[in-house]
Design a protein around this ligand. Structure first.
Ligand code: NAD
Length: 360
């Protein structure tokens, strides 16, 4: 490993930009190589972030043995092969969410990280939000009493991220808004609740708008579809009810396209015996998103804490670099990524069977 600055490679030039922005804020690293099939987009990024080497084939980037770590932001079906190849080439890995399409793939990835003795971190950057951290800390401190119910949602009016692209291919993406957006809010909800054990899931999925060729995110990803078939093969709305071992429950909703208020909004609400909170992020808002509900004496004393906007990927990257350089535990790691994929699998399974299923 280089001693002064870590040398980083980034694979994928879409969400890869969030990683490049994050690394640009981290003085302990230098991004030295970028890989992606979409040459124009990659060249523009290489120019903007002053990256000396660009490859189309990710294997060429991995063959560069002076690279210490890579960020990977490629379509979901490539997560497993690219991550395992990166670990095998001796690199630490920060992979985009979801860790994988299915539990078996995720498990192989976690095992590979152990086998090669490298860090596997997952970019659930939204859990680093200020509002999320506040609610998590309040619950952990017992300030809401027993939290027995929670709701988590991410709903878009018209936000299919590319009709006919890899996102709407079951094979390439592994699923629709549940695995794309739902996995973020599921992660945030379980994180604020202190990772309660899920014991059962009852779910349903619907594909009502996408198959009509409607509900696309205006102007997004129509021109680039790496190998994706043109059909609409995934859900456009998923809803799930999860039971926890402690008797608590969580209601989850995720949609790319639905006739609802115009927006691209997510939120978490928690209900405790002694207090509660609601986070509502309208169009990715970071401030004015949190309300805390409590009583003082026999009256209500609700509050709206002042929040700061935090760059999510930069904070995940800071933890990733700390893990590599100082051996501090990385969070979220591959195990947490695997846990979320396992639950996503269970949700799809319950929807397919049309009944509640037990989660081991
Ligand atoms: N954390 C977040 O908030 C967030 C946001 C957006 C996307 N993502 C995740 O990032 C991943 C990528 O999504 P996206 O929106 O960037 O998709 P995209 O289609 O915009 O970009 C995919 C990138 O992967 C590259 N690629 C594909 N096959 C490749 C190969 N064989 N070798 C090298 N590069 C290859 C493409 O050239 C492209 O640059 C997905 O897993 C998605 O879930 C996460």
């Amino acid at each position: 490993m280089s001693t002064d600055q870590l040398r980083i490679g980034v694979i994928g030039c879409g969400a890869g930009i969030f990683h490049l922005e994050g690394y640009a804020e981290e003085p302990r690293v230098k991004v030295v190589a970028l890989a992606g099939l979409d040459t124009d987009r990659c060249q523009a990024l290489a120019k903007r972030f002053d990256i000396p080497a660009i490859y189309s084939d990710y294997q060429e980037l991995l063959a560069q043995d002076d690279i210490d770590a890579v960020s990977i932001a490629v379509p979901n079906n490539l997560h497993k092969p690219v991550v395992i190849a990166a670990l095998a080439s001796g690199k630490h890995v920060l992979i985009e969410k979801p860790l994988a399409r299915h539990e078996d793939e995720a498990r192989e990835m976690v095992e590979a990280a152990k086998r090669y003795g490298k860090i596997l971190a997952v970019a659930f950057q939204r859990r680093t939000r200020h509002d999320i951290e506040i609610v998590r800390d309040e619950i952990a401190a017992g300030n809401f009493g027993r939290v027995y119910y929670a709701k988590a949602f991410w709903m878009r009016r018209s936000g299919i991220p590319g009709l006919g692209s890899w996102f709407t291919s079951k094979e390439a993406a592994g699923g629709g808004p549940l695995i794309d957006l739902g996995v973020h809010v599921l992660d945030m909800a379980l994180y604020v609740l202190g990772n309660p054990k899920v014991t059962s899931v009852s779910a349903a999925t619907y594909a009502e708008i996408g198959p009509q060729g409607r509900g696309n995110w205006p102007g997004r990803r129509q021109s680039f579809a790496p190998g994706g078939p043109n059909g609409y093969e995934v859900e456009d709305l998923a809803t799930a009810f999860l039971r926890f071992g402690d008797g608590g429950t969580l209601l989850l909703e995720a949609s790319w396209a639905s006739f609802t208020e115009m927006g691209d909004d997510f939120g978490i609400q928690v209900y405790g015996g002694n207090g509660g909170a609601r986070i509502f992020a309208k169009n990715y808002a970071h401030v004015d998103t949190l309300e805390i509900y409590r009583n003082i004496g026999d009256t209500t004393a609700d509050s709206k804490p002042r929040l700061i906007e935090r760059p999510g990927h930069a904070r995940i990257i800071q933890g990733f670099v700390d893990g590599i350089l100082n051996g501090t535990p990385v969070s979220p790691d591959g195990e947490e990524g695997l846990d979320r994929v396992r639950l996503i699998d269970a949700i799809y399974k319950s929807a397919e069977l049309g009944r509640e299923i037990t989660v081991e």
